[in-house]
Design a binder for this molecule. Structure first.
Ligand code: SOE
Length: 386
């Protein structure tokens, strides 16, 4: 009789919606899982809004006080999808209550908070994971397999990655929480640079030293009518100071000698959610573009001279490629939402077996250390060791 994992989800907006879909679909598309999940409690401060989300997203009951969910003996897993300023407090309490924890990225606002979270889950010996969903795009997981199989050779020369969005390029976009340092911890850096840092750690290795530049293009924005979505400015027309970065670009050295070159911005008109990376090794290269997320481009020096070029792998072969066997026949491509189902499937497997699953909170802490080193470097205009 498979175990039942009763989920308590804190937060119900964009990530709450993506995770709810993951919890609802995971047993349907991963029938071999050793546990069945139950969407037990969805939690948010606004009772009316969270009841609406409960109905829409398929949860059994609502709660407005996250402490009650964390301390509910009828809850086995806490899924944290709140703004960054509450990740630490909720995770530490959930660990003390013996719950397994899935936490949205970035793990925290700072290295100090992330360290507290790692200490808490280690002490409580609870399964813990940071939801960096892009690791479980089949094409990205295939890239990992190919690198590990030596298909780029023995040595990686370059990890070149960019994460570009446009949603803040309008200076009239209100001062939402992602633009407030006391809530978010940082701006573009912790929000989306964190993703391509995680992919670099997953695909290439640990960073040794970094040198970065950060800029805030729009210093003042209309105040946000809290809770409005899409975000609306307050009627009084008042403005507030943007206290985070709008863009970050940095170079670095990995411990294995590879060179990092990353850029993240939310000011790139035309780029909706554009993640690209290229990895160059001594025997070949890989290129990935999230806007074409079912494909992976691969160049091998082993191809005959007259027909050398990037092959275009459509990553949908049920037997040859990771995760796709749980979805559709070859060529029937998948999307953004499937990356959360794939992630939650691996998390459920880990919780049911008591085993660890990457990226763990310790991975999240290493990510925070890279974020902090780049911030220090940008502030002090010098190279900084991670
Ligand atoms: C906003 O930049 C955001 O929602 C990020 O917070 C997510 O992590 C990213 O996947 C999509 O964009």
């Amino acid at each position: 009789m498979p175990k039942t994992l009763r989920i308590g989800m804190i937060g119900y907006k964009f990530m709450g919606k993506a995770h709810s879909n993951g919890w609802r679909q995971v047993n349907r598309f991963f029938p071999d899982l050793p546990a069945e999940v139950e969407l037990a409690t969805i939690c948010g401060r606004n009772a009316v809004a969270v009841e609406k989300a409960r109905k829409a997203l398929g949860w059994r009951k609502t709660e407005t006080d996250w402490r009650k969910v964390v301390n509910d003996p009828a809850i086995d897993v806490i899924d944290i999808n709140t703004p960054n300023d509450t990740h630490c407090e909720i995770a530490v309490a959930a660990a003390k209550a013996g719950k397994a924890i899935l936490c949205e990225k970035p793990l925290a606002r700072s290295v100090a908070e992330a360290t507290k979270m790692v200490d808490a889950v280690k002490k409580a010996k609870v399964v813990n994971m940071v939801c960096h969903n892009y690791r479980r795009i089949p094409a990205v997981a295939l890239a990992k397999q190919m690198i590990e199989n030596g298909e780029l050779g023995d040595r990686i020369y370059h990890y070149r990655a960019r994460y570009a969005q446009e949603w803040l390029a309008n200076p009239e976009f209100p001062l939402v929480w992602r633009l407030q340092k006391n809530i978010a911890g940082s701006g573009t850096h912790g929000d989306i640079d964190a993703h391509i840092i995680d992919l670099g750690r997953y695909l290439v290795g640990e960073l040794k030293e970094v040198c970065g530049l950060m800029e805030t293009f729009t210093k003042q924005r209309p105040l946000w009518e809290e809770g409005t979505a899409p975000p609306q400015p307050t009627k009084d027309g008042r403005k507030g100071k943007v206290t985070v970065d709008d863009t970050v670009t940095w170079i670095g050295r990995f411990k294995n000698g590879a060179i990092a070159n990353l850029e993240a911005t939310r000011f790139a008109w035309g780029r909706k959610n554009n993640i690209t990376f290229e990895i160059n090794g001594d025997k070949g290269s890989l290129f990935f573009d999230f806007e074409d997320m079912n494909r992976l481009k691969y160049f091998s020096v082993n191809d005959a001279d007259h027909r050398r070029g990037f092959t275009d792998i459509i990553v949908t072969d049920r037997l040859a490629h990771p995760y796709v066997g749980n979805w559709w026949p070859p060529g029937h491509i998948i999307g953004y939402e499937h990356t959360f189902v794939n992630t939650i499937a691996d998390f459920v497997r880990a919780v049911a077996s008591g085993k660890s699953v990457h990226p763990t909170f310790a991975d999240g802490l290493l990510n925070e250390k890279v974020l902090a080193a780049v911030e220090t470097s940008a502030r002090e205009r010098k190279w900084v060791a991670v």
